[in-house]
Design a protein around this ligand. Structure first.
Ligand code: SF4
Ligand code: SF4
Length: 94
């Protein structure tokens, strides 16, 4: 069995970032969310809880797994889509 570290895997991962975010979070709705499941489930750690109850979110290094959208139970708090063609993550790029 071949062991591969997270760092080794990220070495072959590329992001082509579009100016237009493919995930948009509504900070006002997040302020009323006590669960903040997105913070715990995002494999890229892109949701950061802030002291005022909101979350800081950056879409640039998103793996496009869709998990945040599935776990967010607050209607309209998170808009999710795939990036436009040619943008987003590419795995296993040499
Ligand atoms: S994105 Fe959804 S789960 Fe995350 S803090 Fe906002 S409302 Fe809560
Ligand atoms: S789609 Fe996946 S990687 Fe991207 S922000 Fe949501 S949970 Fe994180």
């Amino acid at each position: 069995m071949v062991m591969t570290t997270h760092e080794e895997k990220m070495h072959t991962t590329r992001f082509r970032v579009d100016d237009k975010p493919h995930i948009v979070v509504d900070p006002d709705k997040c302020k009323t969310c006590s669960v903040r499941a997105c913070v715990y489930v995002c494999p890229a750690n892109l949701f950061v809880p802030l002291g005022d109850g909101s979350v800081l979110f950056n879409y640039e290094q998103c793996f496009e797994c869709g998990t945040c959208f599935i776990v967010c139970s607050k209607e309209g708090a998170l808009r999710w889509d795939y990036p436009d063609g040619g943008y987003g993550v590419t795995f296993r790029e040499s």
